[in-house]
Design a protein around this ligand. Structure first.
Ligand code: PMP
Length: 364
């Protein structure tokens, strides 16, 4: 256990942003621009807020351990059976739990270079070997630094239990189309779980990218994870979900903590799901603000990669650490990417117009 904990800690430490948010909040107060964690600057919608207020009165009770109401709402929305859904304390918990349930020291877990940070952490915590597949090159026209699905499919070995993909991916912002996923699923053996992390799904409007869910019926080894942390604006409440084969969901249901999603989160997520108007507002705001920020950055000589998410990865072509410190000194938090092996880039979340403007003002 100590060895596994040390391995996971070592990986975690590599991704540490190196700044202390509580200290920065005290120093800069309301003037701090928090563009480091891909949060939603519009926050929760009015229906979610109202549901949270109502749920406060019930906070002395344990929440429904099955999360039945939220699962039913998700099942109806997604057109799947509720028995295929497991709720998590953020999708982070589900990504970790999948590795712990289905892999151990005898197994390998395949993920892409520059893939989401939780993938190597989950592999380390399960004691499994991480097989890291080189990313597409910076020069790739559609997906610089993105997932190379053909190489990922080729890297699957006899001992592989899980393939983790993020679509779109964090921190690159890149995505792969449905056709590429179909080709990968056709190649990967059915006893290997293909986990597609769709944390940014609600922001996507690329015509070639729908959802991995459309392949679920044909591929029982497919697992899709989603979250209420991003477009639904509920990152602080910690609620995510996964859709998989009922047999996979049953294993997670048995091994997860009984009350892993709290009552406020259950109520807020269910209400958020029913607030199409707020989601539409978030999507439109994000798209407009992201492309405005991209153009403003370009006008100042900073190149952002293509993105279908609520953040931009800016490629400086030189060590990004001095710029990150320069911005931090001026109350603008962005995420350095050295831990990911991208030390020449900074990840900048789309904030409010005031926060984004502060970033532009603070740039040298
Ligand atoms: N997947 C990706 C690709 C992410 O960027 C994030 C959040 N940074 C998560 C999963 C986890 O989100 P949460 O645990 O809040 O659902």
């Amino acid at each position: 256990a100590t060895r596994l904990a040390n391995a996971a800690t070592a990986v975690l430490r590599a991704y540490d942003p190196g700044h202390d948010l509580p200290v920065l909040r005290r120093r800069f107060g309301a003037a701090l621009a928090e563009l480091g964690s891909n949060e939603n600057p519009l926050g929760p919608g009015p229906r979610a807020l109202e549901a949270m207020r109502a749920a406060l009165a019930e906070a002395f009770r344990y929440p429904d351990p099955r999360g039945a109401a939220l699962k039913a709402a998700l099942a109806a929305r997604l057109g799947v059976d509720a028995g295929r859904i497991t709720l998590g304390n953020g999708s982070h918990e589900l990504l970790m739990l999948l590795a712990q349930c289905f892999a151990d020291a005898a197994h390998s877990i395949v993920h892409a270079q520059y893939g989401f940070a939780v993938f190597p952490i989950a592999a380390a915590a399960a004691g499994a070997q991480a097989v890291v597949v080189p990313a597409l090159p910076r020069e790739h026209p559609a997906a610089p630094y993105g997932h190379d699905l053909e190489a990922i499919a080729a890297a699957v070995r006899r001992d592989t239990r899980i393939v983790y993909l993020a679509n779109p991916n964090n921190p690159t912002g890149t995505w792969f189309g449905d056709a590429a996923l179909a080709a990968l699923l056709a190649r990967v053996p059915q006893d290997v779980l293909v986990v597609v992390d769709e944390a940014y799904h609600e922001y996507v409007d690329a015509p070639d990218l729908g959802t991995a869910l459309r392949f679920a019926d044909a591929h029982p080894n497919l697992v899709v994870t989603r979250t209420f942390s991003k477009a639904y604006g509920l990152a602080g409440l910690r609620v995510g979900y996964m859709i998989g084969d009922p047999s996979v969901a049953a294993v997670l249901e048995r091994l997860r903590e009984s009350f892993n999603v709290n009552g406020l989160a259950l109520a807020a997520a269910e209400a958020a799901l029913g607030d199409a108007e707020h989601l539409q507002r978030v999507r439109a705001f994000n798209r407009g603000e992201r492309e405005w920020l991209r153009a403003e950055l370009a006008a100042r000589g900073y190149t952002a990669l293509p993105s279908q998410t609520n953040f931009l990865l800016v490629d400086l072509g030189r060590d990004a650490a001095p710029l990150e410190r320069h911005l931090l000194e001026r109350g603008v938090v962005v995420r350095p990417m050295g831990g990911y092996g991208l030390p020449q880039t900074l990840r900048i979340s789309i904030g409010s117009r005031a926060e984004n403007a502060r970033l532009l003002e603070a740039l040298p």
